[in-house]
Design a protein around this ligand. Structure first.
Ligand SMILES: [Zn+2]
Length: 142
């Protein structure tokens, strides 16, 4: 359970296509869904119509475990936008399944985060928008 408020822009579900709705539907079920090629099983995120590996148009998805490691991160201090508290941190996470996702990180100020360190998925619900995937350092439950 997250006890720290998630900073950053107010999150709203954008208009989506039928092809991308699996991602947003997954968030509502607290599932981190990753698109998988139907021909070669290559994972890809964000959604793409055609597999960049083999060019196939068929696909399904898997639910990621939520385990991974921190590939990189950035702590935002600017630009100052309304409805945004600073600093907030965004991470590039290497999922255990073998692909990357970009997601908010906690703690907001990035303190204690280390590139290469294990992270895990938690779900953030601000009750005013979609449930959102957030990553925290493993062992650093917040
Ligand atoms: Zn493929």
């Amino acid at each position: 359970m997250i006890t720290e408020s998630l900073h950053g822009p107010r999150r709203v579900r954008p208009a989506t296509t039928d092809d991308a709705s699996f991602w947003w539907d997954g968030l509502e079920r607290r599932e981190l869904r990753i698109q998988r090629c139907g021909a070669c099983a290559r994972l890809r995120h964000p959604f793409q119509v055609r597999c960049p590996g083999c060019g196939d148009l068929g696909w399904d998805w898997l639910v990621a475990s939520g385990s991974g490691s921190l590939h990189s991160f950035v702590v935002y201090h600017e630009p100052i936008l309304s409805e945004t508290l600073y600093p907030y941190t965004v991470g590039l996470v290497d999922l255990a399944e073998g692909t990357r996702v970009i997601a908010p990180m906690l703690p907001n100020d990035g303190s204690g985060l280390e590139v290469g360190a294990p992270v895990r998925l938690v779900w953030y619900d601000d009750h005013d928008g979609p449930v959102w995937p957030v990553f925290v350092p493993t062992g650093g439950a917040r």
